[in-house]
Design a protein around this ligand. Structure first.
Ligand code: SAM
Length: 190
């Protein structure tokens, strides 16, 4: 097959499929319509655990339906709750945490992620990661809150100590202002 460079979302899925193993505990910080939650359920298998958060009841309903249809609901804990409360709910350590920032596709665009709460959640997720665990974030600049969130995220991630974390930034430089960007943070070995 010819090799083709792929987008932020593809990289996120590729990293997760390598970093997550059957039996693991993982977090979906923004469940939305449940695509990532389902993908994580498949990666952790029957013996694993997927914690997922969203502030919108509609998102939780959509996700629950998707997981029920796939027969994997019993390996999840779904919370209609902001991801900033992650530390109160998740029993770590986790091998991966996923953030797909922004708004619910097909939903209310005014309900988007905001840096103040994203920051608290990202800091919690970094603490919950086991050694070599990964935090995978997709950010969508190109609208006011998305730009603000992405700038602040760059600041936080750039300042992480390299003795504790490796931080990767993936974007197509010539794709225009709204192109998604993927950040992968891996906790160092102890
Ligand atoms: N990963 C999802 C999927 O596979 O369909 C898409 C996620 S969507 C881009 C972003 C989601 O973040 C929206 O559903 C929105 O309701 C949710 N969100 C906004 N603020 C949040 C918060 N503080 N905590 C958790 N979720 C939040």
């Amino acid at each position: 097959m010819p090799y083709e460079l792929k987008s932020a979302r593809y990289l996120a899925a590729d990293v997760l499929s390598r970093a997550v193993a059957p039996g693991d505990t993982v977090v979906d910080a923004t469940m939305g319509n449940g695509h990532d939650t389902l993908f994580l359920c498949e990666l952790v298998g029957e013996g694993g655990r997927v914690y997922a958060f969203d502030v919108q009841p509609q998102a939780v309903e959509n996700t629950k339906k998707r997981l029920e249809e796939a027969g994997v609901l019993d390996r999840t804990a779904l919370y209609c709750l902001g991801h900033e409360h992650m530390a109160e709910k998740v029993r770590g350590p986790v091998s991966a945490a996923v953030f797909n920032l922004g708004w619910l596709p097909g939903g209310d665009h005014s309900v988007t992620t905001h840096w103040e709460t994203t920051q608290r959640a990202v800091e919690s997720a970094l603490e919950l990661l086991r050694p070599l665990g990964v935090l995978v974030l997709c950010a969508y600049p190109g609208h006011a809150e998305g730009d603000r969130e992405r700038e602040a995220l760059m600041g936080l991630l750039s300042s992480l100590p390299p003795q504790r974390f490796n931080v990767l930034w993936h974007k197509f430089l010539n794709a225009g202002p709204g192109a998604p960007e993927c950040f992968v943070i891996q906790k160092q070995k102890e």
